[in-house]
Design a protein around this ligand. Structure first.
Ligand SMILES: [Fe+2]
Length: 190
């Protein structure tokens, strides 16, 4: 089947990048010789990618465009898979915010900040892997059946408009470059 223009094709492709960066973060956290010698520069790049690409750009398209279209097609917003996905987006935001708050203290050697960074980083990696699995295998399959024809074409055009924006000054291509740079430095991450 040619699925280049389904309601979820672009979002599924973005999931691949998000999982790649989550894998890098997992690798950084589990392979450091000790917590004081984490690769803080790479962790900051992961945080920026999660905040701007995974949340602002990707979750933004889901929350502002795909989910409202699914509601228009009859799926409830306050129950079922959409409600679960919205809740998990909020939990993910909290993990990333906590990582961002902890990273400079961790870099300075504050043990409590290192613990908070690792705890929230692991929480985020676990959450986002499960979350994307649910979207890819449940909600997005529903979306591909529900949103077809002209609503699907309109949705894809609206995705393109979001992707043409800048996120705190960075283009989507630049944010994708963060992911590929991290993957090159951590090739074993998966
Ligand atoms: Fe997603």
């Amino acid at each position: 089947m040619d699925d280049t223009n389904t309601a979820t094709r672009m979002l599924r492709d973005e999931h691949v990048l998000i999982l790649q960066v989550a894998g890098v973060l997992d690798d950084i956290m589990s392979s450091a010789p000790d917590p004081a010698h984490l690769d803080f520069d790479a962790i900051e790049e992961c945080i920026a990618f999660f905040r701007l690409f995974a949340d602002a750009c990707h979750h933004g398209k889901e929350e502002d465009l795909l989910f409202p279209e699914l509601e228009a097609q009859g799926l409830p917003r306050d129950g079922g898979p959409i409600a679960v996905m919205l809740y998990e987006h909020q939990v993910g935001r909290a993990f990333v915010r906590a990582m961002a708050e902890a990273v400079s203290g961790a870099r300075a050697g504050d043990e409590a900040a290192v613990d908070a960074l690792l705890e929230n980083g692991r929480g985020y990696v676990d959450l986002i892997r499960g979350h994307i699995d649910k979207e890819d295998n449940v909600l997005f399959n529903m979306a591909d059946n529900l949103v077809v024809g002209s609503p699907c074409e309109r949705l894809c055009a609206e995705y393109d408009v979001v992707c043409a924006r800048r996120f705190e000054g960075q283009t989507v291509e630049e944010l994708e470059g963060i992911a590929s740079g991290l993957a090159a430095r951590y090739p074993a991450a998966g």
